[in-house]
Design a protein around this ligand. Structure first.
Ligand SMILES: *Cc1c(COP(=O)(O)O)cnc(C)c1O
Length: 404
C-alpha cells in the first residue's frame, strides 16, 4: 500500500494555510497539484537544457530535443499507442479536440451528424458547434439515466447514414461516471464510425490502452495528471492523422516552404506548428514516471476508498443530493443540500480552508438535464486523506447549519 504521508511530503502547497486554516485541496478534477520532482524537472530544463528543439545542430538543442522526444515515447507507452507518430503534443485537451474538429470539420458537409453525450465538458461541445455554424452539421446527443449513466439503448439508435463521428468523455468531470467506452467504440465501429474520446478525467486514474479500446482519437491534459500546465496530448490512429490537414501553420510543421508551394512535415510534426512547450513536455515525462512508480491501480484504489468513505459520510447529512450515483465512478462527488445555493456552500467551506469547486463545471447541458444551475463538487487525488474528509464533513455540517 501507498504511504500517503510520504506522498504528501512531495507537495509543499498542501502545507499552506487558507483563511487561517490548513488547506484541504478537494479540486483535483480541475487541476491536480504538482509533486516536487516535476517542479524540479522544470527548473532543470530552464537551468541546464533550454535551447529550441528540432532546429539546432548544437549539443544543447539536441539535449532539449531528446528530452521532448523521450516524453513522446513515455506517453506512447503510457497509453499503449502503436507508434510515436500517433502522439501529438498540444496545449491541452481543449486544443486536441479543436485540432480534430477543425481538421475533420474542413471536410464535413451540410447534414453530417456527430454524436455526443449529454455529460460532455464544454471543450467537447463548443468546437463541434463552431463547425456546425460553418457547415450546418447536426449534433445528436445521447441522454443519461437517473444515475448519471449514458443511455446505451438510445445511443445505438442515434446512428444514421449521415453519422460521421462519435465524441464522448471517458469519465464525467461533474459526476465521475466512468462511461463504458470500449463497448460504445465497438458499436460505433460496427457502423463504420470513428470515435474521439475525451480522456481528461480518466488518464489520471485509469490504465489506458488505446489499442485495446480501439479508440480512434484520445485527448488528455498533463495538468490533471500531476504534470505541468500548458501541455496536452492528442493520440490519433496514424491512418486518420495522415489524411488530415494541419490545424495550424508555422515553423516545425513543414517539409519545404516556398511562396508557390509548401509541403508538410511527417507525423507527428505536421500538427506541431511553432516552438512547443518543450520545458513542460519534459516535465510531463517526469509526471508519467511518477504515476508509473506509484502504480495507477494503487492510485485508483486509494481514491476509490476516499470516494466510498466520503459518499457514506455525506449521505448522513439530511437533504443531501448527490448527482451521479453510478457504481462505476472515479473520485468525484457533485452535490447540493436542500435548497442551499452551491455558491454559498462553497464560500463557507473556503472560509474553513476547504477548496471545492462550485458552479456548472463547464457542463451546462448536463446541469440543464438535472434541472439545476450548479453543484458543489469535491474531487480527490493521490495526496488526499481520510482525515481531510472528516474535516470536510465537519465543515460542511457547520455550513449547512448556518445556511438553513
Ligand atoms: C478539464 C477537462 C477538459 C478540458 O481540459 P483543458 O486542460 O482545460 O484543455 C475537457 N474535458 C474534460 C472531461 C475535462 O475534465
Amino acid at each position: 500500500m501507498l504511504d500517503i504521508n510520504k506522498i504528501r511530503a512531495e507537495y509543499p502547497i498542501l502545507d499552506l494555510e487558507m483563511n487561517g486554516r490548513k488547506l484541504v485541496y478537494f479540486d483535483t478534477a480541475a487541476t491536480s497539484q504538482t509533486p516536487k520532482c516535476v517542479v524540479d524537472k522544470i527548473t532543470e530544463m530552464y537551468t541546464t537544457k533550454k535551447a529550441n528543439v528540432h532546429r539546432g545542430v548544437h549539443e544543447l538543442s539536441q539535449q532539449a530535443t531528446e528530452e521532448m522526444e523521450n516524453t513522446r515515447e513515455k506517453v506512447r507507452k503510457f497509453i499503449n499507442a502503436k507508434s510515436t507518430k500517433e502522439i501529438i503534443f498540444t496545449r491541452g485537451t481543449t486544443e486536441a479536440i479543436n485540432l480534430v474538429a477543425s481538421s475533420l470539420g474542413e471536410k464535413s458537409c451540410h447534414g453530417d451528424e456527430i454524436i455526443l453525450t449529454v455529460m460532455e465538458h464544454h471543450s467537447n461541445i463548443v468546437p463541434w458547434q463552431l463547425i456546425q455554424q460553418r457547415k450546418r452539421i447536426q449534433l445528436r446527443v445521447v441522454p443519461m439515466n437517473e444515475k448519471g449513466e449514458v443511455r446505451e439503448d438510445v445511443y445505438e439508435d442515434l446512428f444514421t447514414e449521415n453519422t460521421r463521428l462519435v465524441a464522448l468523455s471517458h469519465v464525467s468531470n461533474v459526476m465521475g461516471t466512468i462511461n463504458p467506452i470500449k463497448k460504445m467504440i465497438e458499436i460505433a465501429h460496427k457502423h463504420g464510425i470513428p470515435v474521439l474520446v475525451d480522456g481528461a478525467q480518466s488518464t489520471p486514474h485509469i490504465k489506458i490502452d488505446v489499442q485495446n479500446l480501439d479508440a480512434d482519437f484520445f485527448a488528455f491534459s498533463a495538468h490533471k495528471m500531476y504534470g505541468p500546465t500548458g501541455v496536452g496530448v492528442l493520440y490519433g490512429k496514424e491512418k486518420f492523422l495522415e489524411s488530415m490537414t494541419p490545424y495550424q501553420g508555422g515553423g516545425e510543421m513543414i517539409g519545404t516552404v516556398s511562396f508557390e508551394k509548401t509541403t508538410f512535415a511527417e507525423l507527428p510534426f505536421k500538427f506541431e506548428a511553432g516552438t512547443p512547450d518543450f520545458v513542460g513536455i519534459a516535465a510531463f515525462g517526469t509526471a508519467i514516471d511518477y504515476i508509473n512508480e506509484l502504480g495507477i491501480d494503487n492510485i485508483a484504489q486509494h481514491e476509490h476508498e476516499l470516494l466510498e468513505y466520503a459518499t457514506a459520510e455525506m449521505l448522513k447529512i439530511p437533504n443531501m443530493r448527490i448527482f451521479g450515483t453510478s457504481e462505476n465512478k472515479s473520485g468525484v462527488i457533485s452535490f447540493l443540500v436542500g435548497n442551499i445555493h452551491h455558491y454559498d456552500l462553497g464560500m463557507l467551506l473556503d472560509k474553513m480552508g476547504i477548496a471545492v469547486r462550485t458552479g456548472h463545471h463547464c457542463a451546462q447541458p448536463l446541469m440543464n438535464a438535472f434541472g439545476i444551475e450548479g453543484t458543489v463538487r469535491v474531487s480527490f487525488g493521490i495526496y488526499n486523506t481520510f482525515e481531510e474528509i472528516d474535516r470536510f464533513i465537519v465543515a460542511l455540517k457547520k455550513a449547512v447549519d448556518m445556511l438553513s
